[in-house]
Design a protein around this ligand. Structure first.
Ligand code: CTP
Ligand code: GDP
Length: 226
């Protein structure tokens, strides 16, 4: 069996992790695993972890490490035969260490986007909760305002994108992300991208992954996705 490819994408809320992950999933066939979507599914299903997580997310706080780790590691164990891109986990050093002991990463993509850009994007972010599809009123608006393109269902704004929760989230992100970034830099797998536009970052991410993803794996994935 060909070697599987394991990647993580890091970046503050609004940095484009979800947008870039979707492009990676469709161009390279990696599974996009979003911890935020997984949390929201657990909240909607009122699982024990979901009920607990909701109280933190509503305050713009991070869900405690042991809750996140207990949620995400079993999810990754189900994915032993897939190549994946993990988005939103790890957020803290403790989560990164837990991930380290569960699997070996090939690449970490880190998005470095100015604060003002993040605030502006999140103010205008609308999502379709059932699918996780993300829109922006200017960057990628839905065809009909307020409505998901595929299902026709209404779009909503995340509670945690609203201004009250946002500033606390962005401030907290910086503090907890630094040791995670340092860890991956020390391992020699960190690739940092800085710009205000996803479309300018994407060609660099794409060429990085083209160079790193083993050719036999890329061929196999292309064969299954077309
Ligand atoms: N490892 C993680 C991942 C997510 N969260 C919580 O879940 C929320 C939503 O997660 P996500 O959708 O990943 O949000 P952000 O990364 O904050 O931004 P986004 O889509 O908005 O990336 C976060 O704000 C945070 O409260 C967390 O505590 N720990
Ligand atoms: N204006 C603008 N908006 C963008 C760009 N890239 C992503 N977005 C939007 O910004 C918001 C945050 O992007 P998202 O991928 O959800 O970021 P994440 O929070 O890191 O997962 C979404 O509404 C996107 O549609 C960009 O280059 N320019």
């Amino acid at each position: 069996m060909s070697k599987l490819f394991r990647a993580v994408i890091l970046g503050p809320p609004g940095s484009g992790k979800g947008t870039i992950s979707e492009r990676v999933a469709s161009c390279f066939g990696l599974q996009h695993l979003s911890s935020g979507d997984f949390l929201r599914e657990n909240i909607a299903a009122k699982t024990e972890a979901g009920v607990l997580a909701k109280t933190y997310i509503e305050k713009g706080a991070l869900v405690p490490d042991h809750v996140m780790t207990r949620l995400m590691l079993p999810r990754l164990e189900e994915m032993t035969r897939h190549s994946w891109l993990l988005d939103g986990f790890p957020r803290t050093l403790a989560q990164a260490e837990a991930l380290n002991s569960a699997c070996e990463l090939d690449v970490v993509i880190s998005l470095n986007i100015p604060l003002e850009t993040l605030k502006e994007r999140l103010r205008h972010r609308w999502i379709h909760p059932a699918s996780g599809r993300v829109y922006n009123m200017f960057f990628n608006p839905p065809r009909v305002q307020g409505v998901d393109d595929i299902s026709g269902e209404p779009l909503i704004q995340h509670e945690d994108d609203k201004p009250e929760a946002l500033v606390a989230r962005l401030r907290h992100y910086k503090d907890v992300a630094k040791p995670v970034i340092d860890l991956y830099r020390a391992k020699g797998i960190l690739h940092m991208f800085s710009d205000t536009e996803t479309d300018r970052i994407w060609p660099y991410v794409s060429s990085l992954l083209s160079a790193k993803i083993p050719t036999d794996l890329a061929d196999a994935q292309r064969a299954t996705t077309h």
